[in-house]
Design a binder for this molecule. Structure first.
Ligand SMILES: Cc1cc2nc3c(=O)[nH]c(=O)nc-3n(C[C@H](O)[C@H](O)[C@H](O)COP(=O)(O)OP(=O)(O)OC[C@H]3O[C@@H](n4cnc5c(N)ncnc54)[C@H](O)[C@@H]3O)c2cc1C
Length: 476
């Protein structure tokens, strides 16, 4: 089989490793494996244009500390995820240089520097999550400085929506998703990793069944098809009820070009995470180009198109909270499906089905974490030390981080994001009404524990089963 072959002949030829999916996670694992075991036959299967790929739609913020939330370290899984991402952020410059040398391309430029803004007028998540970020920076003795938001270049929010505090995190930054995916494709081609432009229908008994071509036999298979992994995992009877579902977190971002009227920030400006996978951010790519993000609408099946409300939210939040001048910029919308594990955590590692591995559920950090996921994944495949974090193993009882009251509180705050409506910003009656609605949803879902706010509707509609959720014993 060569890299141009359309369909491998499964009866005559088997591959050592078939990777289902061709986003940042799949490509990074394929490349890492190829570099460590040059004579292994690796096949990456995924549609060439990557429809719905989260990796192509991402910012990409390379963020570890600025992603910390007040609940991050409550559970061993949160700690494991943070450590994975923190290591990855430090590795990115060297990783890009290595890939660029392999591909014979210029490495994409990383923009270092991120300022996190605390805006209590808009979101009840901002103050506690901002405090958690500060505390973690101090604990890790990571470089940071408090800044007065007024002094930030290009920061011109609506007067009543000025942030009250800001912290600059020089270690966090950003990189252009198109350039990264182009580099991964270039490196894979230079390493002669075999590719198949197809969709996988099912994965069973060491056989990958493709939509258009004949079956592929593989000694090992990694399901890494982003949010589409859910359908493939559901088709494996041995795993029924053993792996948390993977949802589609459809996100809208805007790739923009500044016009002369716009003064753009020259570092990442962002809010802390605002529950339900929300938050506002501006990511610069070059002197003129920048990215605005992002929304998160979660569903079981893929929604091909974004909602007008999502687009409206990105535009309004960016112009209200970052700069009203952004209205002069030119823009193009990008949409992708974040793979969201039903408990909010990644699914990484081997399953009890011989030869079958899973790499997905990375939610809002998958591109950032990709180099470290790849390194650890290949360590694990090769039976070496430094494998994947055990709490993120795919076959697990769903991780529960919040008790019911905490879950209700997070869901209420998620539904009260917006100028003047956040708890404590004068929205008392509204807050009471929203709390009653959220409690009704918790009751309808029969939930005794807290679930991620973005998934509450799916539990209440019966699309996700909350009956197997039990309070975790590993809360730190
Ligand atoms: C708007 C937005 C902003 C984001 N911002 C950031 C950020 O700033 N930083 C960050 O780290 N992360 C960010 N993320 C999250 C990040 O993009 C994901 O965590 C990550 O891209 C997941 O990578 P993946 O390779 O698992 O999935 P994907 O990139 O979604 O790739 C999956 C691939 O599998 C293919 N596929 C689908 N079905 C099949 C099938 N049946 N057979 C074979 N292939 C199939 C798809 O076409 C796709 O190409 C963002 C996501 C969105 C949507």
């Amino acid at each position: 089989m060569n890299s141009d072959s359309r369909h491998p002949d499964a009866s005559a030829d088997a591959v050592d490793l078939a990777i289902v999916g061709n986003g940042a996670v799949a490509m990074s694992i394929a490349i890492e494996h190829r570099r460590r075991v040059p004579d292994a036959r690796i096949l990456v299967i995924g549609p060439g244009r990557r429809p719905g790929s989260a990796s192509l739609a991402a910012g990409i913020m390379l963020a570890s500390h600025s992603e910390v939330e007040a609940t991050t370290f409550r559970h061993a899984a949160g700690r494991a995820k943070f450590d994975l991402i923190r290591t990855a952020v430090a590795d990115w410059p060297g990783w890009l240089d290595e890939l660029a040398a392999i591909a014979g391309l210029e490495p994409p430029r990383i923009r270092r520097g991120t300022v996190v803004l605390d805006n209590p007028n808009v979101s009840g998540f901002d103050p506690p999550n901002f405090d958690a970020i500060l505390e973690t920076l101090r604990r890790d003795e990571a470089d940071h400085e408090l800044v007065d938001p007024v002094d930030l270049r290009g920061y011109r929010p609506a007067a009543h929506l000025r942030a009250s505090r800001g912290v600059r995190v020089p270690g966090d930054g950003a990189v252009d998703a198109f350039a990264v995916m182009n580099l991964l494709d270039g490196a894979a081609a230079a390493l002669e990793i075999e590719r198949l432009d197809d969709r996988v229908e099912s994965v069973r008994d060491g056989i990958v069944r493709c939509e258009r071509g004949p079956d592929v036999r593989a000694a090992r298979i990694i399901v890494a098809a982003g949010a589409a992994s859910d359908r493939l995992i559901l088709g494996i009877p041995e795993l029924e009820g053993r792996v948390p579902r993977v949802l589609h977190g459809t996100g809208v971002g805007l790739r923009c070009r500044a016009t002369p009227e716009v003064t753009t920030p020259d570092e990442v400006l962002r809010t802390p995470n605002r529950g339900a996978g929300l938050g506002v951010y501006h990511v610069p790519f070059g002197s003129e180009r920048f990215y605005l993000g992002a929304t998160n609408v979660v569903s079981v099946e893929a929604r091909e198109h974004a909602r007008l409300g999502s687009l409206h939210l990105v535009l309004q939040s960016a112009m209200d909270e970052i700069s009203s001048e952004l209205r002069h910029a030119e823009c193009r919308m990008v949409t992708g499906h974040r793979p969201i594990g039903a408990d909010g955590f990644p699914l990484l590692g081997r399953t009890s089905v011989p030869g079958l591995w899973i790499a997905t559920g990375t939610r809002r950090d998958g591109v950032t974490a990709a180099p470290e996921i790849a390194r650890r994944f290949v360590n694990e495949l090769l039976g070496m030390d430094g494998g994947l974090p055990e709490p993120l193993s795919p076959e697990r009882a769903p991780i529960v981080v919040l008790d019911r009251d905490q879950g209700i509180d997070v869901a209420v705050r998620s539904r009260l994001i917006g100028p003047g409506s956040s708890p404590g910003a004068g929205g008392g009656r509204l807050e009471d009404e929203v709390r009653r609605q959220v409690v009704r949803l918790y009751d309808r879902a029969g939930l005794d524990v807290g679930v991620p706010a973005e998934l509450l509707d799916l539990y209440a509609e019966g699309r996700l089963d909350g009956s197997n959720l039990v309070a975790s014993t590993t809360v730190e």
